[in-house]
Each structure stands twice: as structure tokens, then as C-alpha cells.
Design a protein around this ligand. Structure first.
Ligand code: C5P
Length: 239
């Protein structure tokens, strides 16, 4: 498996034409394309279908976080859209995650659909210990909180979690090698962190055992995204 099969490119743009142009230009370099809030709210669900029609997998990154009934209905809708992966906040609680997973299992069985991977968002990569402690009243720190939420996602039967590259090893150790870890906060050495706090280079994240690395600005917002990808490739493949 090439590292490019593990690359998820974030289509953080405001219209479908721009997103599809990126898919056309970078389609050979990434296994999965991510549709997040900006694109989904601007372009609607049809953008998912248009990306899929190009033979590409879609990670629907809408981070569901609501009461169990609402999240399970949204999860069914995402499954019917044919997404490869979608996510929900683990902090929505165990019942929310369990009902979400059960609703997906049920609709897949009934309508003979392919089951998407469901990953739980743990602690956003834009947060760090100070914010957790001072703003969110979570005293035990990022690592302990990520561990707790990852174990909760495992208990709920989710396929894995979204976490920072700093927590990959700890999650694999506690939740098992098969439990997926999807890591945003990825920055090649020459790209600034922007609003991301818990970052790592693509090479380090993959070396730590990330199943998927999510990259947005480090590729899409560069003057020449293809050149950026080639440089990243070089960095990864150089011992
Ligand atoms: O531009 P950048 O590479 O920082 O983009 C990261 C992408 O991953 C964004 O689309 C962001 O919404 C998403 N994401 C994240 N942290 C999470 C989950 C998703 O940064 N915990």
C-alpha cells in the first residue's frame, strides 16, 4: 500500500467547481477526498455524488454532535450518500455513538449498502492542554482525555477515531492495531501550523502508524499543489 492511499485531501473550498477541479488535478495522489462544513454547506450533498462519480472516495467530515436520534438519522443519510467514511464527536456520549453505529448497520443490511467507516472525533487538533483546562474545565490533559474518548469509541463499536499525530501510538496501544487512527494537524516542515496546535509532518505521522493523514492547507492552499505533493513524497520516501 502506497502512502498516497493513506492521504485524505481536505477540500476546504467554497464551491463545487473549485472542489472538483482539485479532485481532477490531485486525483492520482490521494485515496480519499474530504468534504467538510464549508463545502457541504455551500454546495450541498450533490458534491459528494459528483466526487464519487469521478471514482473517488469521500470522507464526510461533518462531525455529528447531537442527541442520539438526530445523529443516527444523519448517519443513515450519510450512508445513503455512499460516503467511504464519516465522523461524529465522541463527546456526544456512548449512547449517541452506539445508536449511530446500529442505525448504519441496519440500513446497510436492509438496503444492501456498503458500510462506511465511522470514526469518532476525540480532541480537536486546534486544542491543547491550556484550552482544555481553562476554557473547557477538563483538568486531566489532552492525552488522558484522548485515551478516554478513544476507549469510549471502541466500546461503542466505531471503526476508529480522529486524533492528533501525537496520540497515534497511545491509541493503538490501548485500542488495538486494527482500530483506525485518522490524523489531521499534518504540516510538512515548510508549512506554518496556522490554527493547528498538535501537529506533525506527514512522514512522522505515518511512521507513528497513522492509518490516514488529513491534509488541507499544506497542499490545497500552496501555489502549486502538485509540486507540494511531490515535495511531501520526497520527504516521506527519504530515509
Ligand atoms: O488545512 P489543514 O490541513 O489544517 O486542515 C485540516 C482539516 O482537517 C480541516 O478540514 C479540519 O476541519 C479537519 N479536522 C481537523 N481536526 C479534527 C478533525 C478534522 O483539523 N479533529
Amino acid at each position: 500500500m502506497s502512502w498516497k492511499d493513506k492521504l485524505i485531501i481536505a477540500l476546504d473550498v467554497s464551491n463545487a467547481d473549485r472542489a472538483l477541479d482539485i479532485v481532477d488535478r490531485l486525483g492520482d495522489y490521494a485515496g480519499v477526498f474530504k468534504v467538510g462544513f464549508e463545502l457541504f454547506v455551500s454546495a450541498g450533498p450533490s458534491v459528494v455524488e459528483r466526487i464519487r462519480n469521478k471514482g473517488k472516495k469521500v470522507f464526510l467530515d461533518l462531525k455529528f454532535h447531537d442527541i442520539p436520534n438526530t445523529v443516527s438519522k444523519a448517519a443513515v443519510a450519510a450512508t445513503r450518500l455512499g460516503v467511504y467514511m464519516f465522523n461524529a464527536h465522541t463527546s456526544g456520549g456512548l449512547e449517541m455513538m452506539v445508536r449511530c453505529r446500529e442505525a448504519v448497520d441496519e440500513v446497510c443490511l436492509k438496503e444492501k449498502l456498503v458500510k462506511p467507516k465511522i470514526v469518532g472525533v476525540t480532541v480537536l487538533t486546534s486544542l491543547e492542554n491550556g484550552i482544555l483546562k481553562n476554557e473547557l474545565c477538563i483538568q486531566h490533559g489532552v492525552r488522558a482525555h484522548v485515551k478516554h474518548l478513544a476507549l469510549l469509541a471502541l466500546k461503542a463499536g466505531l471503526d476508529g477515531v480522529v486524533a492528533s499525530p501525537h496520540e497515534i501510538g497511545m491509541i493503538k496501544q490501548n485500542c488495538g492495531r486494527e482500530f483506525l487512527v485518522v490524523t489531521p494537524g499534518i504540516r510538512p516542515s515548510w508549512v506554518p501550523p496556522d490554527d493547528q496546535k498538535r501537529t506533525a509532518t506527514p512522514k512522522d505521522a505515518l511512521r507513528e502508524g497513522a492509518d490516514y493523514i488529513v491534509m488541507g492547507r499544506g497542499i490545497v492552499k500552496q501555489d502549486d499543489p502538485v509540486k507540494a505533493l511531490e515535495l511531501i513524497s520526497l520527504e516521506i520516501l527519504t530515509a
